[in-house]
Ligand binder design. Structure first.
Ligand SMILES: [Cu+2]
Length: 158
């Protein structure tokens, strides 16, 4: 079969691009521990405060790890200061009272959408103590750019 030179060049270029795209997926899954959401739990967004799962947002330390319950609303996270221990699994459970928000722990792989009507959940472990910024990364309205919170990761036991 006789393939023209430029056609060969484009076939190789397309093949290299496909390989590069697949590599980003493999690196994301195997290297950075990223995963698609696997947790489907619903909630009435008009009655978040009355729901026992979200009535008292905050940090709970238990034997197997730490659970952080966070409510997103225009334009704040409740609580907006979170203290967790380093080197222990921290499970975040989030929901929204109004519109879709984002919850991104800057500089880590902790990142989820916060969708009204649903409970978002992910677990991560902070290896490095320090202060981490949380930002809303889904445009949610006029005050979106001010919507943030802070996690203080403390060395040693909480
Ligand atoms: Cu927001």
């Amino acid at each position: 079969m006789n393939v023209a030179f430029y056609e060969k060049v484009w076939m190789w270029a397309a093949g290299i691009l496909i390989a590069a795209f697949l590599t980003t997926v493999v690196v994301g899954v195997a290297g950075s521990g990223m995963q698609p959401p696997s947790h489907v739990e619903t909630i009435d967004p008009t009655a978040v405060e009355q729901d026992p799962r979200f009535a008292q947002p905050g940090v709970t330390v238990h034997e197997r790890g730490v659970t952080v319950v966070v409510v997103g609303s225009m334009y704040a996270f409740t609580p907006n200061e979170i203290r967790v221990p380093a080197n222990r699994p921290v499970t975040f459970r989030l929901t929204s009272r109004d519109v879709t928000h984002g919850f991104q722990i800057v500089g880590t792989n902790g990142n989820t959408m916060v969708v009204p009507g649903y409970v978002s959940q992910f677990t991560t472990t902070f290896r490095e103590p320090g202060e981490y910024l949380i930002v809303c990364n889904e445009y949610c309205g006029i005050g979106h750019h001010m919507m943030h919170a802070v996690i203080n990761v403390e060395a040693g036991s909480p």
